[in-house]
Design a protein around this ligand. Structure first.
Ligand SMILES: [Zn+2]
Length: 230
């Protein structure tokens, strides 16, 4: 069962203890950022908060974010993550600079490939809010292992976000501490650069086919092969 919590005017968090979705509401429409795990009954939780038509935007295609997609007829997801999702939901592309409004919220898409190739963040510039999926986190682990992730791109995307960080006052991560201050963009970047440079030591991760690299602020799930991949 998803817990729901108001974060700001017309902004709600839906949370199962593992992963969060965010819901923006207005009288005429709602925007749902991510759908959670399959079976988490996200639509039921949404309907507890609004009767308005819901438009689904996905930060990326991992199963803890797109698993609940089946409950919706259509959704918006960056094309590079389309291969990660299955089922009959009709997909529309998300691209850099696309905007979505809901009441006085106006979200702009920022492409931030790395955690997945199709990862995006949603920025509300007027409100100083950033919804960054899994790409900005306080504790982590941030998943960066396997063929559909790329550490080099992740570092480039964090550099891109770091250039904008002064325009944000609050970041809403999907895992662990939420919200966090925008400083975690630069902190994640510094730790990711240390991971790339080989100054973090990988420790075995119980039950996972990867190593845990503990940075100063954030941990990463990665492998030596993934760490060095161009
Ligand atoms: Zn996730």
């Amino acid at each position: 069962m998803l817990q729901t919590q108001a974060l700001a005017d017309n902004l709600y968090m839906l949370y199962d203890g593992m992963v969060r979705q965010f819901l923006l509401t207005a009288p005429d429409k709602a925007l749902l950022l991510d759908t959670g795990f399959a079976g988490s009954q996200v639509l039921e939780a949404v309907r507890g908060l609004t009767d308005a038509p819901v438009q689904v935007l996905l930060t990326h295609g991992d199963p803890d974010h797109a698993g609940g997609l089946e409950e919706f007829a259509e959704a918006w997801l960056h094309e590079k993550d389309w291969h990660l999702v299955h089922g009959s939901t009709r997909l529309h592309p998300l691209r850099e600079g696309d905007t979505f409004t809901c009441g006085d919220y106006r979200l702009e898409v920022i492409e931030i490939p790395g955690h997945t190739y199709g990862s995006v963040a949603f920025a509300d510039w007027d409100k100083g809010m950033l919804f960054a999926g899994d790409s900005v986190q306080k504790e982590g682990p941030i998943y960066l292992f396997g063929a559909h992730r790329n550490l080099g791109l992740y570092i480039q995307s964090q550099e891109k976000l770091a250039q904008m960080a002064h325009r944000f006052r609050i970041v809403y991560p999907c895992h662990h501490t939420c919200p966090v201050i925008p400083d975690y963009i630069a902190k994640n970047l510094e730790d990711a650069r240390a991971l790339r440079a080989g100054t973090l030591t990988g420790q075995p991760t119980p039950g996972m086919p990867c190593l845990t690299y503990q940075g100063q602020w954030t941990a990463f799930f990665c492998t030596e092969e993934d760490r060095l991949r161009p």
